[in-house]
Design a protein around this ligand. Structure first.
Ligand code: FAD
Length: 317
């Protein structure tokens, strides 16, 4: 019996969201009086024993180059075998793109109950009950998992990374790797930017910016703050910005500590992807814009006048 945490990696480094999942898993293991163990797939540049500082007692790895390109079906198969070999009864993912793709497949393979988008630690006083967001973040549901193996995917920023003293034992996994049904031919990486899903601060622009030629005010503020940039859906649909920046119900769901919404009306579909941000600052020239209802701070004004002033003020800090 153990809690197994999938440690998602990119270019040989464990993603921040997975470290949150590791700390969360370590706490779940403590609550269940068992151990937390990590699983890493693909070649990795990290000191795996050092991951003990996130509360992991063991880290299992399968350093096979074929696993460097993410394939949800292959990963689900490998993790399913690992779960059986290790005897894990709780499996935890980050609720990021990869976690969202693997967890349901694993759930089917293991006939295990899955709660996706968990926002807090499970409640164990009456079974195994996990709280999650529903209705695009407008409500919470408490969901009981009744199967022997339980799967949870944890929302980004829902649990803080907790460092402890400790060194993890490392083991090489010996499980079959199925042949992928699809082959990745080319990967075009977005380089030199703060990854949106992991950013602490996000500066986002909407149709109020009128066109791609005006995006300098967004990128300048983002640069001054060390932030990632994002946009509303019409902006990426119009090719003003790349699609990977689109946040909302049909885009990326993010939960940064600080979210700037510039010239975005605050439609429910946009809010669905950003309303878990810790602090929301809205800049809109229309005082009646719905986004102000969700804002912690609001500035009614013309973005073209307000935003450069904020950028200058930030640069002086
Ligand atoms: P607009 O609604 O046009 O708002 C522009 C805002 O800019 C206005 O509030 C205006 O007052 C303000 N403004 C104008 N000029 C200035 C200025 N100079 N200074 C300051 N403010 C100014 N949208 C998403 O974003 N993400 C999604 O994932 C998403 N999914 C969807 C899924 C479905 C099924 C559907 C039907 C819609 C979805 N949408 C999504 C679209 C959504 O409903 C809205 O249409 C969209 O979010 C509006 O984008 P916007 O706020 O940039 O533009």
């Amino acid at each position: 019996m153990s809690v197994l945490i999938f440690l998602d990696q990119s270019d040989g480094h464990i993603k921040k969201n997975s470290l949150e999942a590791a700390s969360y898993g370590a706490k779940v293991a403590e609550m269940l009086n068992t151990t937390a163990e990590g699983i890493v797939l693909g070649t990795i540049n990290e000191d795996l024993a050092g991951l003990g500082k996130y509360g992991l007692k063991k880290v299992h790895s399968l350093k096979n180059e074929s696993l460097n390109n993410f394939d949800a079906a292959v990963f689900a198969s490998v993790i399913a075998e690992a779960v059986k070999n290790i005897g894990a009864n709780v499996v935890i993912f980050s609720n990021n793109f990869n976690g969202k793709a693997i967890a349901p497949r694993l759930s089917v393979r293991l006939k295990a109950g899955l709660v996706s988008g968990a926002v807090s630690l499970p409640e164990l006083s009456n079974g195994f009950v996990v709280k999650k967001n529903v209705f695009s973040g407008k409500a919470f549901a408490n969901v009981a998992i009744n199967t022997d193996v339980k799967i949870i995917s944890l929302n980004a920023n829902a649990y803080k990374i907790n460092e402890v003293e400790g060194i993890a034992e490392t083991t090489e996994l010996n499980v079959p790797i199925p042949e992928a049904k699809v082959k990745v031919q080319e990967v075009n990486k977005v380089v030199g930017e703060v990854p949106l899903s992991e950013a602490e601060i996000v500066v986002s622009g909407g149709r109020g910016l009128k066109g791609p030629e005006n995006w300098g005010i967004v990128t300048d503020l983002a640069k001054a703050l060390g932030a990632a940039t994002a946009c509303s859906r019409p902006v990426s649909d119009s090719d003003w910005r790349p699609h990977h920046e689109h946040v909302g119900q049909t885009g990326l769901a993010i939960a940064p500590n600080l979210y700037f919404a510039i010239g975005i009306s605050g439609a429910i579909q946009h809010l669905a992807g950003v309303n878990r941000s810790k602090t929301i600052v809205v800049i809109n020239k229309d005082a009646e814009a719905p986004f102000f209802k969700a804002a912690d701070y609001g500035i009614v004004g013309d973005a073209f006048e307000v935003v450069p002033q904020i950028t200058e003020a930030v640069k002086k800090l």
